[in-house]
Design a protein around this ligand. Structure first.
Ligand code: WT7
Length: 648
């Protein structure tokens, strides 16, 4: 098990309880009584519960069975036909919300573009017609490699509208990471942009896309959005400009009725083995799950302007920047750029300018803001905010309190939402008007979620006992499989502890039923809320000609939560150039995987059978004294030597 880091230790002693104000509770969508009643119903009469929720959405054909559970495979709303884009757009236009703002987008350079629901429907329809003209059919995979611009949302919804399966690859991923994902998904079409803006610079995405295409023989077409007017290389028989092919289409398009279990998207995420997994989500269940959780957790009202700061390259961007809020007919804000462009006040200026009411962001961002002091947010009028959310990694109580006090003016409830790429939607949280918050603790299970804390052998643990977080029954928005590798799905999620979903997190539950997440228990790191497999980084390192062996561990970091520490052995005593090696990892995976510290070693701590004891490496990386039984090591002397080696 991963050693608990310092801030997790702090949480063990955290006792503050902060109740929502009477004012917030009085206007909240969900009260304590309502949560208790519906939560009970969701477990005792799940068919009735989920039918009631699903019936609020549009179905072209009704389902005949709510759940078909053939462990570990679930089908939800069996036989039903629906369409995500129809529910996110047409449904609202049909009920008179055509003129309501759907998307308010702000570019890093300050440009603002606004789309009403009617306008967004028109754009998505055009894009859907264009995809069809390009030969994309229902079931085909389409890879998206885009900055956070309106076309990214339009492209996702256009895929959903025709039943094409999108696979969004974060724009910060490298050429080879992009190529691997295109190849694994067997995408024939890549949608990208000439460039995206990041910290004032145009980052040339097309160049990366061209290089990835050279490594992806199955790729046939590239659809390119003009964002930055940067010069690009052009391959006439392959590349098409978005404006040329989308702009000329009709703005009418009939959404395809799709089977509830039709795949909606694949999203790659890191696991404990080397290769990222294509997490596969389907249409009906994911739609119902994101619809319900967005409305309940964020207390959505008609006049809210809701801002989730996640990029669409991550699951948070899928479920809570795009699908969940649009399914609810909300007005969403999207911001293209970095939080510190031109300075650390950018988020607060955006909130003041657009009168944002709900903000959902990550602990790593909150800690960065906190580090720059209270004066910067104090310069902006944040009085429009009424609710704050946190997601992606454990939030330390100090950052939680700062967020509530400085950003939320001690007035806004803070929800700390635990979930994963695989769960599709929020699983553990407090509901803002219903439950008091405990800083550092995610809270209670969402409707339909039946969690437990277990030992490795599957025994359930009681209150305040730390163990493994599992979910005891399927839920609508859960992943259906790992794309192209069902065996890995069975093993990773339902095989670790037979019969229950294994989340990969350590957690404990207190006597009020609140869950506190203690971090990953597998070889997965969480760096600034981004998930990275240690094996993935190790394979990148050993692909470098000067490296013969590598071991990667996480080290607690005050801003990033965790950072990457790499122990490397050199090939035949070659010199390691740390900058070169960091550049190499950036090229292999992306800048997010760059090691913060590199320790060039003569030997790694291995057992006699050759297994690297990462536990000791974690202690060395954190500068802690070695604790634990070192007698199984082939050569315990290695540890002192490593501890004495300065990092580069
Ligand atoms: C892992 C999932 C959920 C969307 C963003 C990340 C960690 C996530 C919390 C939280 C403590 C959290 C877990 C989880 N995590 N939210 N509120 N408190 N830890 O999605 O990339 O799939 O990562 O992020 O370790 O397993 P992801």
């Amino acid at each position: 098990m991963t050693q608990p880091s310092d801030h997790i230790d702090n949480m063990l002693h955290e006792t503050r309880v902060i109740a929502p104000s009477a004012e917030f509770t009085a206007q909240a969508r969900v009260t304590r009584e309502e949560y208790d009643r519906r939560y009970r119903q969701s477990l005792e009469q799940p068919d009735e519960f989920w039918s009631e929720v699903a019936e609020e959405l549009h179905w072209f054909a009704p389902w005949t069975q709510v759940l078909d559970w053939q462990p570990p495979h679930a089908q939800w709303f069996v036989g039903g036909q629906t369409n995500m884009a129809y529910n996110a757009l047409d449904r609202h236009v049909a009920r008179g919300l055509g003129d309501k703002r759907a998307v308010v987008w702000e570019g890093e350079d300050g440009e603002v573009r606004t789309f009403t629901y009617a306008e967004l429907l028109g754009e998505v329809s055009r894009a859907a017609n264009a995809l069809t003209e390009l030969g994309v059919q229902a079931g085909d995979r389409v890879t998206l490699y885009l900055p956070l611009i309106p076309e990214a949302v339009i492209a996702m919804l256009a895929c959903a509208r025709i039943g094409a399966v999108h696979s969004v690859v974060f724009g910060g991923f490298s050429v080879s990471a992009l190529a691997d994902r295109i190849n694994d998904a067997q995408s024939k079409l890549l949608i990208t942009a000439d460039a995206g803006y990041r910290r004032g610079k145009a980052v040339n995405l097309k160049e990366n896309a061209d290089q990835a295409a050279a490594l992806a023989p199955g790729l046939e077409k590239m659809l390119v959005v003009r964002r930055a007017a940067t010069p690009v290389a052009w391959q006439e028989d392959r590349d098409v400009w978005w404006n040329d092919v989308v702009g000329s289409q009709s703005d009418r398009h009939g959404a395809a009725p799709l089977d509830s279990e039709h795949p909606l998207f694949v999203l790659y995420t890191s696991g404990s083995t080397g290769k990222p997994k294509g997490v596969q989500h389907t249409t009906g269940g994911y739609m119902v799950g994101t619809y319900l959780t967005t409305q309940a957790v964020f207390d959505l009202k008609d006049d809210d302007l809701y801002w989730c700061t996640a990029d669409i390259g991550w699951i948070t961007g899928h479920s809570y920047s795009v699908y969940g809020p649009l399914l609810n007919g909300a007005s969403i804000l999207l911001y293209e750029g970095a939080p510190n462009q031109p300075d650390w006040g950018r988020f607060w200026q955006i909130i003041e300018k657009h009168r944002v009411t709900i903000l959902y962001t990550a602990p790593t961002a909150i800690r960065s803001f906190m580090g720059h002091g209270d004066e910067i947010p104090a310069r902006s009028d944040l009085s429009s905010l009424r609710l704050l959310g946190s997601v992606g990694e454990p939030i330390n109580p100090e950052a939680w309190m700062w967020y509530r006090r400085v950003i939320g003016g001690d007035r806004c409830p803070v929800v700390d939402t635990w979930w994963q790429t695989e769960t599709g939607a929020i699983m553990l949280t407090t509901l803002p008007g219903a439950h008091p918050s405990k800083p550092g603790s995610a809270g209670l299970p969402m409707y339909g979620v039946e969690p437990a804390i277990m030992t490795r052998s599957g025994e359930e643990l009681g209150p305040d006992e730390g163990g493994l977080l599992v979910i005891k029954r399927p839920w609508p928005s859960m992943l259906r499989t790992v794309y192209g590798d069902d065996e890995r799905y069975r093993k990773t999620y339902w095989g670790e502890i037979p019969g229950v979903y294994f989340a990969g997190d350590g957690a404990r539950r207190d006597s009020d039923g609140y869950y506190t997440i203690m971090g990953r228990v597998d070889d997965v790191l969480n760096v600034s809320g981004h998930r990275l497999g240690t094996m993935e980084i190790e394979s990148a390192l050993v692909a470098h000609p000067s490296v013969s062996e590598a071991a990667v561990v996480g080290r607690p970091d005050p801003i990033k939560g965790e950072c990457v520490v790499a122990f490397v052995l050199t090939q035949d005593g070659q010199q390691i150039d740390p900058a070169e090696l960091r550049g190499h990892v950036t090229r292999e995976i992306g800048a997010l995987a760059r090691p913060d510290a590199i320790i060039v070693a003569d030997a790694l701590p291995k057992t006699r059978s050759g297994k690297i004891m990462r536990r000791f490496l974690r202690q060395i990386a954190a500068g802690q004294p070695i604790q634990g039984d070192t007698s199984t090591l082939e050569d315990p002397g290695v540890l002192d030597k490593l501890a004495a080696t300065p990092a580069v």
